[in-house]
Write a protein that binds this ligand. Structure first.
Ligand SMILES: [Zn+2]
Length: 320
């Protein structure tokens, strides 16, 4: 069997072709083309799938699609997609449209959900029974493996950890979703940048303030470079990030009692700066049982979303 994984992003679409052993046979990255509208965009993806079908005529081809936003995993409809700028659709029947053009019914799910399956297959080799994968980037997403199966909830939205609340919904910082007090508003890149801007107003002489002055459109990695030079402000920003993440993760562990947590996404690259503060929150919980044996890992595999989509499609076809 061949698995095609499609990882739809606001800027790029990544396409992966994989075999049953988990080897990547082909990998492509195309720009998300808004000019052709949603339908034209999906036609481009369908054409790719059809090429793979032609290339492997003896094999069954399974397709998995990870989409950013609120996905109905039963009907394969993307209901809400704030990060995609297609004007011609509201509810987007991805599964129906792709099936019509390729003859293959794809498995469509939220991108972070399928990335969690990628983590389970690639990072953990299916070790662990209950796993929470958290993607740390501009957005903060998550996916759950419960009893060794991908858990998508009643509506397909399980794992939206970024929008769980860790502060007041009246006075907490505003999140990209429109609400206040979400975990993402603290540990997503926009939240971290907000604290950088607040911090450099208070500490204009700091190494971080000087670096930001030279690079006003900085990436989060700049905060790590300042931390590397022992800038107290940068270290504090990472420390606070770890604390907030710890509060959010502690809530999730108390709810789910998972055995493993894997942090992925760009921000997880700074784990050496924020992990100690995060672990400190977990180790000081009054109820210690869910934290005692908890495994906490990080992974920076940039392929994990598309690989997860391809491998989940193969897994589902094999377990029909
Ligand atoms: Zn939110």
């Amino acid at each position: 069997m061949i698995g095609v994984g499609v990882d739809i992003g606001g800027t790029f679409v990544k396409l992966y072709v994989m075999d049953e052993r988990g080897d990547i046979l082909r990998k492509e990255k195309i720009e998300t083309n808004y000019a052709q509208g949603a339908e034209g965009f999906l036609k481009q993806i369908a054409a790719f799938i059809n090429t793979i079908k032609d290339q492997y005529p003896q094999q069954n081809v399974a397709v998995g699609v990870g989409a950013p936003g609120d996905v109905d995993n039963q009907s394969g409809v993307l209901r809400y997609n704030p990060n995609l700028k297609f004007k011609d659709v509201d509810d987007w029947p991805i599964a129906d449209m792709l099936e019509k053009q390729t003859g293959i019914r794809p498995y469509v799910a939220n991108d972070a959900t399928l990335a969690a399956w990628g983590v389970y297959e690639r990072v953990l080799n299916r070790q662990g029974t209950n796993v929470l994968a958290i993607t740390l980037g501009t957005g903060v997403g998550g996916g759950l493996i419960l009893n060794k199966e991908l858990f998508q909830g009643s509506n397909g939205t399980a794992g939206e950890v970024g929008h769980t609340k860790i502060a007041s919904t009246k006075t907490g910082p505003q999140c990209g979703c429109g609400a206040r007090g979400c975990l993402e508003a603290f540990v997503g890149t926009i939240g971290i940048k907000r604290r950088v801007m607040e911090g450099i107003l208070e500490h204009p002489q700091s190494i971080l303030a000087q670096m930001v002055q030279k690079e006003p459109n900085f990436k989060i990695e700049l905060v790590s470079r300042a931390a590397e030079q022992n800038c107290p402000l940068a270290l504090k920003i990472w420390n606070d990030t770890g604390f907030f993440l710890g509060v959010g993760v502690a809530n999730l562990c108390l709810t789910l009692d998972v055995d493993t947590i894997v942090l992925t996404g760009g921000v997880s690259g700074a784990s050496k700066y924020f992990l100690p503060a995060m672990e400190n929150v977990l180790h000081h919980q009054q109820i210690q049982t869910p934290f005692k044996k908890l495994k906490l890992l990080t992974s920076q595999d940039p392929n994990i979303g598309g690989v997860g989509a391809a491998m989940y499609a193969i897994y589902r076809e094999q377990h029909k």
